[in-house]
Design a protein around this ligand. Structure first.
Ligand code: SF4
Length: 358
C-alpha cells in the first residue's frame, strides 16, 4: 500500500508550455536573487537554476527598470519566467504585455478591485496564468487579529476572498499559494483551501530560514502536504543561493517517489573507516546531475562495510576500498579508481549517462 494519498484533482494551467496541475508532474520552481534590471546576472542565475533542475523561475518586477529588462531576461531564459509584482498594478499589466509566462500577485496589496481587474484583463489577453500568493506577512489589515489567534484560518480566509474576487471576474487560470514561515500553519491553511476548490496549489514555506533549518522546515511541510496529495508545484525558500533550493525540492520529490525522473543519490555519512572523500564526491555529483531528468540511482560509499552492497544496487556506484575505490556499473565491478577519485568518478558517471541516452 502506498504511503501517499492520491493526488488531489485540480484544473490545469500552462506557463509557456510547462503545465501545472491536473495530471502534470509536480514542478520545481525558484526565484532569482539578482535584480531583474541587472540582465546579465539575472540571466546567469536563471541558467544555473535551470541546470540544477528548476522548471519555472520567478523574477521580481519592482519598478520600471525591471519591467524594461523583463523581455530580455525572458528571451534569454531556457525556462518560463514568471513576473512577481507587488503594490503597483501597472507593473503587473506591463509584465503581462512584456512576455511574462505568468504573473504572481497578492490582491491584498495590489489595491482596489478595479486595479485587480486591470491585471486580470491583461493576463487574460496574454493568455497567461496568475498565481495569487497569500503570505502571512502581507495579510489584509482586517485579518490581522484573526492571524494572531489562528494563522492558518487567516491565510485561508484571505485566499478565499481573492479567489472569489478573481473568479468573479471570469478568470480561472489561477494557481494559489498560502504561505507562512510556520510549517504547520502553512500545512493547515493549504489543507483548508484544497478541500474547497480545484485550483492548483504552489506549496512551500515562506522565509523558511538559512540552508539547514530552512531545508528541514520546508521538507516537513512539503512531505505532509504532498503525501496528502496536495501540491502541484513547489518552492523551497532558503536564504542564500537559490540553486540549493532546487536541489532540496528535487530531493523531496524524489524521496516521496513523486518524480521518478529525478536522480537519486545514495551516499554514506562517512566515518573513521572511509577510504575516500565521500562528501566532496557526493556534493560535486549533486551539483552536476540533479538537473538531469533520468531516474538513475548513484551511490557514493566510503568503505567495504555497506559500500559494495549499496554500490551494487545502484545503476552506478563507488565504494571506497584500501588504496582507492571500486566502481560498479549495474551491479558489476568495472574497475578500480585511484588518484583524483571525485573527478574520475564524475567522468564515469558522465559516460554512463551518455551511454544511457544512446
Ligand atoms: S559505508 Fe563505511 S565509511 Fe561509510 S559510514 Fe558506513 S562504515 Fe563508515
Amino acid at each position: 500500500m502506498s504511503a501517499l494519498a492520491p493526488r488531489r484533482r485540480t484544473r490545469q494551467v500552462s506557463y509557456g508550455g510547462v503545465r501545472v496541475g491536473g495530471d502534470a508532474p509536480i514542478t520545481i520552481q525558484s526565484m532569482t536573487t539578482a535584480p531583474t534590471a541587472d540582465v546579465r546576472r539575472a540571466a546567469r542565475e536563471i541558467r544555473s537554476l535551470a541546470r540544477a533542475g528548476c522548471e519555472l523561475v520567478r523574477v521580481a518586477v519592482k519598478d520600471g527598470d525591471d519591467l524594461a529588462a523583463l523581455p530580455v531576461v525572458a528571451a534569454r531564459s531556457p525556462i518560463p519566467v514568471i513576473a512577481d509584482v507587488h503594490f503597483d498594478y501597472r507593473l503587473a499589466v506591463g509584465a503581462a504585455r512584456a512576455g511574462a509566462a505568468g504573473l504572481r500577485i497578492n490582491p491584498g496589496n495590489i489595491g482596489s478591485a478595479e486595479r485587480v481587474r486591470r491585471v486580470v484583463d491583461a493576463a487574460a489577453e496574454a493568455a497567461i496564468p496568475i498565481r495569487v500568493g497569500v503570505n502571512s506577512g502581507s495579510l489584509e489589515r482586517d485579518l490581522r487579529a484573526l492571524a494572531r489567534r489562528d494563522p492558518a484560518r487567516a491565510l485561508f480566509e484571505s485566499a478565499r476572498r481573492s479567489r472569489a474576487l478573481v473568479e468573479g471576474m471570469g478568470f480561472r487560470d489561477l494557481v494559489f499559494s498560502l504561505k507562512s514561515p510556520d510549517a504547520l500553519a502553512t500545512v493547515e491553511a493549504n489543507r483548508l483551501f484544497a478541500a474547497e476548490n480545484d485550483c492548483p496549489l504552489h506549496v512551500g514555506v515562506t522565509e523558511a530560514g538559512p540552508a539547514a533549518s530552512g531545508a528541514a522546515k520546508s521538507a516537513v511541510a512539503l512531505a505532509l502536504l504532498l503525501s496528502a496529495g496536495i501540491g502541484d508545484t513547489i518552492r523551497v525558500s532558503l536564504s542564500g543561493d537559490p540553486v540549493r533550493e532546487v536541489a532540496v525540492a528535487a530531493a523531496v520529490l524524489s524521496a516521496l517517489g513523486l518524480r521518478r525522473d529525478i536522480p537519486r543519490i545514495v551516499s554514506c555519512p562517512t566515518c573513521g573507516r572511509s577510504w575516500i572523500d565521500v562528501a566532496r564526491t557526493a556534493e560535486r555529483l549533486e551539483r552536476e546531475i540533479m538537473g538531469m531528468r533520468s531516474g538513475v540511482t548513484i551511490a557514493v560509499m566510503g568503505c567495504e562495510v555497506n559500500g559494495p552492497g549499496e554500490a551494487r544496487d545502484a545503476d552506478i556506484g563507488l565504494a571506497g576500498s584500501r588504496g582507492g575505490a571500486v566502481l560498479f556499473r549495474r551491479g558489476k565491478i568495472i574497475k578500480r579508481l585511484k588518484g583524483d577519485i571525485p573527478s574520475e568518478f564524475l567522468r564515469e558517471v558522465r559516460n554512463f549517462m551518455r551511454d544511457k541516452v544512446k
